[in-house]
Design a protein around this ligand. Sequence first.
Ligand SMILES: [Zn+2]
Length: 256
Amino acid sequence: MTDPTESPLQIHTVFPDFLPGIIHGYSTRGGGTSDAPYASLNLGDHVGDDPHHVDQNRLRLTRALGLYPLWVTAEQVHGGDVARVKETDAGEKIPGVDALITRTPRLPLALMYADCASVYFFDPERRAIGLAHAGWRGTAADIAGNTVRAMVEAFGSRPEDLWAGLGPHIGACCYTVGEEVVQALEPWEGSILRQRGRIQVDLGASNRAQLREAGVREDRILAASPCTACNTDRFFSYRREGATGRMAAVLMLTGK
Ligand SMILES: [Zn+2]
């Protein structure tokens, strides 16, 4: 495995370049200041890492992407609730929610991940964005569908105008679960795989199904994403590593 402290800061992208008006990215392990087990670009301030390293790492990602520095983050309680945020929320962590939506330009939305799926939303017509955190519990609560509906309600977004994308997350290859997860996710097509006596969850399939059900066009759902647990040289993986860092999904509207 490559030493993450040696590798440069690299950003994984989800949306194609031809979508103007947003800055987005998903951080990877390299290019930060944290020591093991958080090496090196840990962005989570709740995992036991030195806060100075986390601040430094956030600043590095901010600069690399050209973001306004005051991110809005969320408590991420593995639930299904969505918050609409605006200028006055800059720099805040919104309690009790797992998704954020906004129409405010230059206000970066940022959520933290190590295996859970990030879901990015962009409405080029209404100039609005959203970002969701979907582990199995959030997915069971239909956080992706809830975010679409919140954008419809708050901004008048039409689901067929939305672009949605999934960031790197744990693949079915590495995500073995128990029966309680089966009941929670079975309603969504393709979520549960049973192979050789094991039950595996495909978070990408569940979230794609939820996006389709909420009215997002299939050809506007971008879901090619590597497995975090198979690629711990590039990504933090809570399931594979236990104590580890967090990546950030970030999304911001440009313009005035
Ligand atoms: Zn895997």
